[in-house]
Design a protein around this ligand. Sequence first.
Ligand code: UDP
Length: 335
Amino acid sequence: MVYLITGGAGFIGSHLAERLLERGDQVLLMDNLSTGSMENVRHLKKYGGMHYFLEPLENRQILAELVDEADVIFHLAAAVGVKLIVESPVRTIETNVNGTQLVLEAACRKRKLVFVASTSEVYGKNTNIPFHEDADLVLGPTTKSRWSYAASKALDEFLALSYWKEKRLPVVIARLFNTVGPRQTGRYGMVLPNFVRQALDGSPITVYGTGQQSRCFCDVRDAVESLLRLAATDKAIGEVVNVGNDHEVTIEGLARLVKERTGSSSPVEYIPYDQAYEPGFEDMLRRVPCVDKLKQLTGFHPATELPEIIDRVAAYHGRKREFVGVPREAASASA
Ligand code: UDP
């Protein structure tokens, strides 16, 4: 099979590409390297089935050619990370909305299955835990830039579902909950790579707010397994499916566990949200997926435990730091 992965040089895209290549499939990787990095995928050159296209989705001609060659399209290209979203809302909205529109339009001409990566962020401030796929989306005001991410992804979902309903383009939508693992960068605010790097450096572990907010962390290998199984079943077509681990941990608890697993003596420092992000920043107190639908459609649910995930992330960051001749800052900037 031939798979087109948009955003293939990103954190999740690179793991997906690797899995597909390992099992003998062909990968057409399209990425403009805005947040993705060659560092993530350079090692995949050794596979004959790997093809790189370092182009933006706006290059419609290349996109059309790749869609034509592919059997299935994984559309993962998006602006991600709360920090990036707060700092660059224009980029977030344009990347997420325009990119998805271009991919769906091109796929529709050739009637290719499109897998759209959405996010748990769309549930917003909903407090009905766990989140079911048909729950209401509860977003904050447009004056708070954080919500532009959820709104842009919700629009992507509406558009994909409309292509399915109106034009019978087969689509599958996955709402990814906090996905973590090696190669995820802390540059855009993601908590686990930041905590691990801080713990390894012996610098303060920065918990935002009270640390009582909670999340569920899904190993990227489990997320990739879920995506592949969803793409392989006709029952998932036209559906929205949560993809995540449902084990909940507070951010304060995560900081403690990271310290413990890395044997770090870093202090934990509490930073108010308006200093960490922007004045008036709104966070979600809890975010837990209901994974019944995923289990029912694929027979699989993510279950890798947090200590194991932290160990893998710490080993990755440890290796980067040991990389001879690369100063610490440079190593972390390209993580
Ligand atoms: N967070 C934190 N310290 C950091 C980065 C993030 O305490 O250095 C918090 C953040 O405020 C949120 C949680 O960790 O409550 C998860 O943040 P992340 O950006 O990883 O994902 P989100 O769930 O917000 O999309």
